[in-house]
Design a protein around this ligand. Structure first.
Ligand SMILES: Nc1ncnc2c1ncn2[C@@H]1O[C@H](COP(=O)(O)OP(=O)(O)OP(=O)(O)O)[C@@H](O)[C@H]1O
Ligand SMILES: Nc1ncnc2c1ncn2[C@@H]1O[C@H](COP(=O)(O)OP(=O)(O)OP(=O)(O)O)[C@@H](O)[C@H]1O
Ligand SMILES: [Mg+2]
Ligand SMILES: [Mg+2]
Lengths: 256, 256
């Protein structure tokens, strides 16, 4: 049974897509079979892996709405052991469309329950909101991974996010755990990053991964080449940090 | 009649809130009467101006849903000529709640039409999505200001955003214009920012403001002090850039 991890934070631009892609790639490189589902209508994960949204016969919206099975929407990437389900602009209308339906929170979970998928990990890249797309991801997931940008405004929203996770855990998915918080875009040149990092660690303790992802321009260049940082510049600080983070996740496997 | 500007981009973390706050502050310093409405359930604009979400008797959600008039929800900030309407977590449920209603796109506009407000400018800080909150802001606004982070992924979503603006212009608000695109977090040390900036200018021409907002750590420190950058560090590069941007906006006044 695949271990499903939702990558979520309603604060925008904190590194959700970058973390989902690069952790998925690092785990695939370590021999795990990984599927990445792009549940963000922006489709940044799809584009960053060099996959064309338009060419996908079936996509994450079709899967959400029950018009396609998960396996029929899977696209192979150039990276061994890593497949993806492409986003669709239609995902932007899901809040509206599910508002009239019964049990709107369980649409994605229903799709997972329909078939057994031969993956070790499934990552879900979420949009920057707490609407029906994110709720569906949290209901279907076993763990939630929370990228936290080392900036003051990113701290502000954490309490709200924890309340949403708690709400989903209590009402819809008793298995949901916090997989971990990942400190991202840490900039050693300023004191602000260190203040935020210490705040997060003092509040969330060992739920915060030891690996900190540094701000590294090579990371932000990689998507324009349709490659994860591990392929674009393996030796970069960003790439090495994501490899360290994947190692921590593999260590969590033992505990599961 | 106030000139209403929606600050919007569904890409997360591109500087919407930072731009809304600092342009509003700079225009207020130039003697214009300015109101800032925080339509993002995260409430970053509210927090960054040192206003407490909890203490606001009425907020943007009350106004949206017709439970309070705009003037009853106005809070004075410590900055002369600048008032704010606080966000509320309840805004996160608006997509769901308006899905069943007739003309869900016009709720905010209805609130504006009910009273005449003695402001020169009204800015609306939008969340990172194209749901009902953003659509309501675009329907009520005269112009849309689009912050564009100088990163590759920020380019990806621009075409979608333009389609949404065009859709709103055609179907709901014929007055809506593109007020301008603002290049943000420009980092002169890397080639990426310049590539993105040139791409945006070649595509959008003179709709792109001449002023470019540099990446400047003082800007990201200011919110933790509850102050706009203009008050936190007037001489910083970030502050001076926002003053330059405000001057360009004032020049647009003549053309209106
Ligand atoms: N470690 C890093 N160093 C430098 N730039 C980074 C890093 N991580 C992410 N970025 C860049 O920062 C921007 C935001 O990252 P990303 O798009 O992954 O965030 P997100 O949370 O998925 O955004 P959204 O909320 O829009 O979904 C992107 O342009 C990305 O390339
Ligand atoms: N010019 C700048 N230099 C450095 N940091 C900046 C700059 N502008 C914004 N920031 C920081 O970048 C982060 C994102 O900015 P901001 O929150 O304004 O973006 P946003 O588009 O409003 O995000 P969201 O999509 O979550 O609403 C914040 O931590 C902010 O302090
Ligand atoms: Mg993303
Ligand atoms: Mg914002």
């Amino acid at each position: 049974k695949p271990y499903i991890i939702a990558v979520s934070n309603q604060k925008g631009g904190v590194g959700k897509t970058t973390t989902a892609i690069n952790v998925a790639t690092a785990l695939a490189a370590a021999g795990r079979k990984v599927l990445l589902i792009d549940l963000d209508p922006q489709g940044n994960a799809t584009v960053s892996l060099g996959v064309s949204r338009v060419k996908a016969a079936r996509n994450a919206y079709d899967v959400m709405m029950g018009d396609a099975t998960i396996s029929s929407a899977i696209i192979w990437t150039k990276i061994p052991n890593l497949s993806v389900i492409a986003a669709s602009k239609d995902l932007a209308g899901v809040d509206f469309e599910l508002a009239q339906k019964k049990n709107p929170q369980f649409y994605l979970k229903k799709a997972f329950d329909q078939e057994s998928l031969a993956y070790d990990y499934i990552f879900i890249d979420c949009p920057p909101s707490v609407g029906m797309l994110t709720v569906n991801a949290l209901v279907a997931a076993r763990g939630v991974m929370i990228p936290v940008q080392c900036e003051y405004l990113a701290l502000e929203g954490l309490a709200d996010l924890m309340k949403t996770v708690e709400l989903v855990h209590r009402n819809f998915n008793h298995d949901l755990i916090i997989q971990g918080l990942v400190l991202t875009m840490y900039d050693g040149r300023t004191g602000l990053s260190e203040v935020v990092a210490q705040d997060v660690r003092s509040y969330f303790g060992d739920k915060v991964y030891k690996t900190v992802i540094p701000r590294n321009v090579r990371v932000s260049e990689a998507p324009s080449h349709g490659k994860p940082i591990l392929l674009y510049d393996f030796k970069s600080r960003g790439s090495q940090a994501y490899i360290g983070l994947a190692a921590e996740i593999l260590k969590q496997e033992v505990k599961k």
